[in-house]
Structures are given as structure tokens and as C-alpha cells.
Design a protein around this ligand. Structure first.
Ligand code: ATP
Length: 344
């Protein structure tokens, strides 16, 4: 289903929870709503579902305005963080629930439940009660139940938040496979950037009620439109005093300019390792963190602390070492503009 939202606003009392949000989503896409707690992600999802009223703006499904349709007439499925399964009902009955409400025939319900049990890998568990299942299995039941009435839009609110890290990882790729197979338009809320990057076709960054940026994970990583987005996705250092960075002094003539620097654009070494004319700055190693597959090195340059990676071969640097720092590229932002600068 094609989804479009125009000028969406929502206030709770005098608090503006969602502010002038606009977006459209193509059929079959998996979209991640990502942002800090309290940003308005759940409120947007609940308005799409019809569980929350809209103050102003339009929600269009297939080009038709659905603002005034009750949830059960919107053709959506909803999966919540805490499973929300019926405790005293078996897996099969949980999945069948929405179909009984819709007065499907007994035979059709049986057929559909069998299909979903198969699809979600729950064969053999049909007669179990929710407390006899693992967290991951329960969430698959919740998913099957949401899909049972053949919705055209699936909304998932922090679907993996209550599940431990290892299973969460498996469930993410499971969800990705499911959505690809079913081709159902899906929107999930998360505050976990890795989850959004790994699973979503496109991410919408939501902060303080506003949509800050929408794009593929790669677009958002490589071309952030605001310091907030740049800081929220991926690792980075924000440098307030740009004039302290050799090679970027010209940018300091713009008042209030901040630079954001990703670890992969920072190179450190001994002075002799860099060409004499290249714009490097003196730095000092502050901390070195072992991260399993690499070292994360924190280097102090003037009043800034930059981070960069080092491969695992051996630990050649130590805290206190003097190093030369070369910054290849930085994202520069001021109040009115943002641009990328290369150190040539
Ligand atoms: P989280 O990640 O913590 O779930 P979120 O981005 O999903 O956050 P929302 O749940 O949409 O954010 O909440 C946005 C803001 O609106 C919050 O400040 C919240 O306290 C407020 N809010 C949400 N629902 C209500 C409500 N029914 N009444 C009053 N305030 C509300």
C-alpha cells in the first residue's frame, strides 16, 4: 500500500508532540522511524493506525484520506513491543483472534492459521500458551496475528526491544526476509540505530516532533542534513572551534560553524608518514579502546577530541603518544547552511 502523510500535527495539551510531518512511502518498503525517546515516533505510528486522532494534516492510504476511518477499517496490522498476546489462548487461537472478530468461516480460519504457523516457523507450537514460548517465538506469534487478516500496512512499535541481543539480531533478519517475501509496506519504530541501518530500506529520523531527514541508511550516513542527524547515525566527533583544524581554517570565517568528523576520515601516524605539505595537526593519544575487531583511538587536537580506528594487528599506539593527525573530510554546519569540505 502506498502511504502519504501531509502536514501532520499533534499536540498533547500545550505540548507539540508531532510538528508538520510530511512523507510518502512506496508499496512494499520497510521504513524505520528512528530517533531519541520522546521524539514523537510512537505518536506518528498511532495516528497512522487510527489509535490517536490527528490535530491537522492528512493521512492517505492508496491516495484516499483515512483520517476519519476507525482502526479496524484501515487495513493495518499492529505489532507492539510487549507482544500483547492473550495469555490464556494458545498460539493458534491468538493468530485466529482477528479473523473470528471479522467473522471469517471456521474452515477459512483454520486454513489461514496453518499458513501463518508455517510462514512464521511456529509449526509444532500451535497448542502452546504464550508463557510456554521464548521471547522470540512470542514475537513471531504477535507478527502472525497481525498478518492474519491480510493487512496492507504493517506497523511495528519497537518490536524487538524486549528481546535479548542475540535473538534480536536473528529476528531482525527474519523480519527483513518476511517483508521481502510478503511485499507488505511496513513501518517500524526503533531508537536503535544499528537496527534501523541493518533492516530498513529507508530511515526517517524523528526528533522533537519533526522529521529531520528521510533516506536510505547509506544516504543518511554519508550525507546528513543536520548536525543532529550526523551525530545520531554512526560514530563522529563534533568540533566547535573549526579554526583549530589545519586545512579547515577557511571555514572558521563563518560564525558558529561546527565540524563533524567521522572516524574513517581521520588518519593518524608519525610526522614522517605524511607528505611534508599535507595539512596535518599535532595531536596526542588520550585513550585506546579495544573493540573486538579493531582499536578505537581517541586523539586530542587543540581542544577537540577526535576518534579514529586502527586495525588489530598490534597495539602500536599508547596513551600520551604524540601523533600527526590528518583529517581528509569534514561535514560543516552553521545555522543557515551545511556543506562538506575535503582537505586537499
Ligand atoms: P519513545 O521512544 O520513548 O517511545 P517516541 O519518539 O515514540 O518516544 P512518543 O511516544 O510519540 O515519542 O511521545 C512524544 C511526546 O508526546 C512525549 O513527550 C510524550 O510524553 C508525549 N505524549 C505521548 N502520548 C501522550 C499522551 N497520550 N498524553 C500526553 N502526552 C503524550
Amino acid at each position: 500500500m502506498h502511504v502519504e502523510v501531509r502536514g501532520l500535527n499533534k499536540k498533547f495539551g500545550s505540548f507539540q508532540a508531532v510538528q508538520d510531518v510530511n512523507f510518502s512511502i512506496d508499496k512494499g518498503q520497510l521504513i524505520g522511524l528512528l530517533g531519541p525517546s520522546g521524539g514523537g515516533k510512537t505518536s506518528i505510528l498511532r495516528m497512522l493506525a487510527g489509535l490517536e486522532t490527528v490535530d491537522s494534516g492528512d493521512i492517505l492510504f492508496h491516495g484516499n484520506r483515512v483520517n476519519d476511518l476507525p482502526p479496524q477499517e484501515r487495513g493495518i496490522g499492529f505489532v507492539f513491543q510487549n507482544y500483547a498476546l492473550f495469555k490464556h489462548m494458545t498460539v493458534a487461537d491468538n493468530i485466529a483472534f482477528g479473523l473470528e472478530v471479522k467473522k471469517w468461516s471456521k474452515a477459512k480460519i483454520k486454513e489461514r492459521v496453518a499458513e501463518l504457523v508455517e510462514l512464521t516457523g511456529l509449526s509444532g507450537f500451535e497448542r502452546r500458551l504464550p508463557h510456554q514460548l521464548s521471547g522470540g517465538q512470542r514475537q513471531r506469534v504477535a507478527f502472525a496475528r497481525a498478518l492474519a487478516p491480510e493487512p496492507q500496512l504493517l506497523l511495528l512499535d519497537e518490536p524487538f526491544a524486549a528481546i535479548d541481543a542475540k535473538i534480536r539480531h536473528e529476528l531482525r533478519s527474519w523480519l527483513r526476509d518476511m517483508i521481502d517475501r510478503l511485499g507488505i509496506t511496513s513501518i517500524f519504530v526503533t531508537h536503535d540505530q544499528d537496527e534501523a541501518i541493518e533492516v530498513a530500506d529507508e530511515i526517517m529520523i524523528i526528533n522533537k516532533g519533526r522529521l529531520e531527514q528521510k533516506g536510505s541508511p547509506w544516504e543518511i550516513y554519508k550525507d546528513p542534513q543536520s548536525p543532529f542527524v550526523a551525530g545520531f547515525i554512526g560514530e563522529s566527533t563534533i568540533v566547535d572551534n573549526v579554526s583549530s583544524l589545519r586545512g579547515f581554517e577557511t571555514a572558521s570565517s563563518w560564525p558558529g560553524t561546527k565540524a563533524l568528523i567521522r572516524p574513517e576520515y581521520v588518519e593518524i601516524g608519525q610526522p614522517s608518514e605524511f607528505p611534508i605539505l599535507s595539512a596535518t595537526a599535532k595531536g596526542r593519544v588520550r585513550h585506546i579502546h579495544f573493540r573486538g575487531s579493531e582499536w578505537l583511538v581517541e586523539v586530542e587536537v587543540g581542544s577537540s577530541k577526535l576518534v579514529t580506528y586502527r586495525s588489530l594487528e598490534k597495539q602500536v599506539l599508547h596513551p600520551g603518544d604524540e601523533v600527526q593527525v590528518l583529517i581528509h573530510r569534514a561535514y560543516l554546519f552553521n545555522d543557515s547552511d551545511s556543506w562538506i569540505m575535503e582537505n586537499k
